[in-house]
Design a protein around this ligand. Sequence first.
Ligand SMILES: [Zn+2]
Length: 499
Amino acid sequence: MKKFLSRNKFKIIGAALVIAIIFTIPFIFKSFEEEIALSSYDLKLNYNDEKNTLQGIESVKYVNNSENAFSSLYFHLYPNAFREGANTNVVSSNNYDKAFPNGASYGSIDVLSVKDENDEDLSFNIGGEDQNILEINLTNILYPEEEICFNIEFLTILPNANHRFGYGDNTINLGNFYPIACVYEDGKGFSTELYHSNGDPFYSDVANYSVSITCNNDLVVASSGTQTSKQKLEDQTTYSFEGNKIRDFCLVLSKKFDVCTKTVDNVTINYFGYQGDNDLEKYAEFASKCVETYNDLFGKYPYKTLNVVKANFVHGGMEYPNLVMISDDLDDEDFMYVIAHEIAHQWWYGVVGNNEYGHAWIDEGLTEYSTYLFFEKNKDYGLDYDTMISNALTNYKFFVKIYQQINGQIDTSMDRPLDKFNTEPEYVQLTYTKGVLLFDGIRESVGDKKFFKALKDLYEDYAYQNISPAELIASFCSSTGRNLENYIKGWINGEVVIA
Ligand SMILES: [Zn+2]
């Protein structure tokens, strides 16, 4: 996600740092060459545009890639964070009116049934602090390397919200709308964190997706994966999509979409703007330039399609596999900046994943730094890399000073869960801005050749996995031939003072 505050235009507004902005853990290291069997999701969706509801049948093939046997499986029910009376906030108080311009509105997900392959009911519970976890009790123990198939029937209600999940005046955003398996970490168990207003509180494994959605004919659908068919039947259309080795699936629907398509390095880039926009070509071209640049810097984007989607969204932008949302309330300069940021997430979050809840600095630090690299490599857009770094430093130091004045002390550790950041500005400064300064510092220390080799190695060695801070550090040490462990740990644990 790109929560706004960071970046080269620092609007320093005294103590009340007004900001607007966006998360892993280790996994047993198996090279993908060994082809780990992946879980799969087959979603059949029906969107009701009058009621703003989504009916779904989700057929899951769950593969136990852990070293433990399971008697139950756990799935996130993120839409329940939007319930009336939920404990968690889906947006910080200073962004509430922007997210809910028509006042309070609520959403939810109801699990109607869970059935096994023989259509027999499986028992389940809705638990977690906020009805945010679906626990499915298995009839038989699921041992390592075994798989099980079952069907979840659900009904999702969307809130009237300019959020990743919700409908606004222009778009219907279906982010994190279906039950998705909690990541299991050997030694730690299932990762069942609550939704949080800071950042992108998500964490998932890659899987294969087959998704179809039926909706009114006047809606155009942008989605993760690649569209495989479109069938019209009277006043309804069914769109079908396939997406392999992706860690989530998002759709955005709109009556207003107009699309401009480009192809770069065999990737189809679709920019979804609104009808009447005169800048479709410009943003499609810009998105293509982003993919081309990151392909050169980090390694090839491995999917067929990338959809860049203008949408009603409270924060600057939001990343999903093969689809990024860009907020329709941004000015042109910010709009382009956010496109560059969200597309970089396809490499850092999409292909190389991490626990965005536990270690947001990994994907946000790498992504924000990659955005700086984009402008360094594409000087025509008028942003100077050295000036951006200098501004980031000024901004960060100002934040530390103000925070110390207010609180008497400051914790500058980056590696902490989303719920351990006291404020949104604190989260943004310590994950994005300090993340940029960390990676710039490593680059300064090891030189360009080793630094860019390290980024390429990280991308290749950890593709389709989730990395932990320790794995990131080990990868950088190995690629550069330098012992960077104390250096990086000093930064992420808040021991280094940036003067
Ligand atoms: Zn981001």
